[in-house]
Design a protein around this ligand. Sequence first.
Ligand code: ZN
Length: 330
Amino acid sequence: MTDLSLNGVHHISCITGDAPGNVEFYAGLLGMRLVKKTVNQDDPSVYHLFYGDEKGTPGFDLTFFEYPGTRDGRAGAGMIHRILWRVGSSESLDYWAERLEAGGVETRRSSDEEAGFFGVGPTGEGDTLLFQDPEGLTHEILIYEGPDEPLVPAHVEIPPEHAIQGFHGARAFSGNREITEQVLGLVLGFTDEGEGKWHLAGEAGEDFEARNGFYFLDEAPEERAVPGAGTVHHIAWASPIDQHPDWREKVAATGLYITPVIDRFYFKALYFREPGGVLFELATIGPGFATDEDQEHLGERLSLPPDFESVREQVEPNLRPIPDITQWRP
Ligand code: ZN
């Protein structure tokens, strides 16, 4: 087995009960590019929406499965409860506070004295901005000064210097912190930076840049976790394509159950539940979202991988129409 190294966050997948509202919020207000409109490959009667930078680069792929009308969930033990994003400056945090408030979204600055930052306090990464999506999923934007390239989507109203630049990481409530830490440190190659902060240092490959990912473990609340709208379903860490089979062996060797390699067409996936309850995926860096659509028109039509093309006529009429994304394209 060669030296294995994961390259930060690949994507984070969540649940929504309202695809049209979700597109309005993430593509319209937050300025993310809808890079793929497709269906859930495990249940092709519902949407799977992917938001990203211009290319849908691993490191900025926020995805949502739609279960129309599903009730709001609540993060608890064994779940990720917050998604962390990067911007380039403190002026960008001001910009987002203003834009979100103008869009009717309540925000908090980590420098505010007020308690109750959406249940859990701000991440100890300096000046940050917190807010929730319409279904209660919490986000926190921080100022990133590290070496990773910014991953930036284009939007008619948002100046590129203020655009969200991709994932910084996520915060989770582990249901078994000690063993979660062993999996992070001994199996996946994270470094313990203390106080629940874990760092995954990526290495550049032939056709991708190095990316750093961060995972924070928080004390779980007493209340039971309720999966549903506004919760995170899983987090995927980025694996170089050539290392993917070895990653499966490495995780399996610990005795944890891990799925066979599943071809998701846009990338290959492996899934395992870490013992603290959070569903982890290892996803390959590539082939990517431009494999079945022209780069210029990503996300504009319903994309179905070849194995699903035969069900287009049954599936497409039953999906609710979503807003026209070209209105936000420059
Ligand atoms: Zn996934």
